[in-house]
Design a protein. Structure first.
Length: 220
């Protein structure tokens, strides 16, 4: 039985709307965590230091490579050289063949711990880390004359990777990183470039928080 065109359009709209709702929920949780941490961790080494966004290439298992987007924050250091970095990521991929269309998307909400290596120059700050996240995966298949088939699931993922930071200006940094995400049936590699913007108290967490080196006067 061929469905009415209006019904097909309505279901397609609902699918897109569902993906956008997941993304908005993820962003809401992301921002809520930032606000909560800012209030709860006032006066400590933790707190909102910077925010930013990135874009790049994502290669999920079983899916052709696609463009991915992300938003992230720097919540300061949880130890001398490790900073806390929550983030939200999104990618989607669509295929069309013989009138049928298949789409897959992933909205991920997670937190990473990033170890800042000790370097002599602040112009190049390498880091490596790991983190956990929840992946809200969804897929849909549409074909003329058939009912749409859709599925969704939530899976835990483990991220491992690293990159480097280099300043663009006193309050703006460029980030380049490569991460590998272990997710059941959807392992994925991402290579992204991003920009972060320091907030009022952000400069102090740009590099590992080490005590300043005091030069002692030479003895005569």
């Amino acid at each position: 039985m061929v469905r009415m065109p209006q019904l097909a359009v309505a279901e397609a709209y609902q699918s897109v709307e569902g993906a956008m709702q997941k993304l908005l929920v993820g962003l809401a949780v992301f921002l809520s965590c930032i606000v909560a941490s800012q209030n709860a961790m006032a006066g400590s080494s933790l707190g909102l230091r910077s925010i930013g966004g990135d874009v790049g290439f994502v290669d999920p298992e079983g899916v052709d490579g696609t463009v991915g987007f992300g938003a992230f924050a720097n919540l300061g250091n949880i130890s001398r050289d490790i900073r806390l970095a929550p983030r939200v990521d999104y990618w989607s991929k669509s295929y069309s063949f013989g009138g049928a269309e298949t789409s897959v998307h992933d909205v991920a909400i997670g937190t990473r711990g990033e170890y800042m290596f000790h370097v002599s120059s602040r112009k190049f700050q390498p880091y490596a880390g790991a983190g956990l996240g929840l992946h809200f995966l969804g897929a849909k298949v549409s074909a003329p004359g058939f009912m749409d088939v859709s599925d969704s699931s939530t899976k835990l993922g483990l991220d491992m990777g690293g990159g480097f930071i280099t300043p663009l200006s006193p309050k703006t940094d460029l980030l380049v990183d490569l991460w590998y995400g272990i997710v059941q049936d959807f392992n994925q590699v991402s290579l992204k470039v991003g920009v972060s913007f320091d907030l009022q108290n952000g400069a102090e967490s740009r590099a590992p928080s080490r005590p300043a080196v005091k030069h002692r006067p030479r003895r005569s």
